[in-house]
Design a protein around this ligand. Sequence first.
Ligand code: URA
Length: 186
Amino acid sequence: MSLEELAAQAAHCTACRLHEGRTHVVFGEGDPDAKLMIVGEGPGADEDAQGRPFVGRAGQLLDRILEAAGIPRSSVYITNIVKCRPPGNRNPLPDESKICSSLWLLKQIELIRPQIIVPLGSVATQFFLGEKLPITKVRGQWFEWNGIQVFPMFHPAYLLRNPSRAPGSPKALTWKDIQTVKQTLD
Ligand code: URA
């Protein structure tokens, strides 16, 4: 099974209620041999309209974060915990995350086998850490998940709401975190 074949299956998914409101399934995109996989929460309005992950304002900020560390977006695989947009951009519900990730995300990870997974924000981080911990406590730290290094970072949407670049600010910490990721990629 290739990523394309998996994406073709996901395009028809009706396994949870989120399929009812979607325009597109946002499966994920990027290098199938990526060493770095970035996992967000779920598609927003722009992603739902275009069928691509992280293409709205948060996505443009993610592009700048990657660029700052010299990581080409095309070298990364980018996806989300849930592949269909939750109504009104609410957080995915636990059953939605569970159903969707077991059908698609876990298989994507198995096919890509990245060296590093960066979950963005608390919903994605909770998936890999197995418990709800404040993102402020766990970002910028290394965890291990099924033999893969996991390094949580702030979600870019959170950075859009907290634009200060002062030392110690979420943005300043994120710019430091992405350098750590870059230095750890072999
Ligand atoms: N926010 C996410 O978590 N994922 C996207 O794809 C876009 C915005």
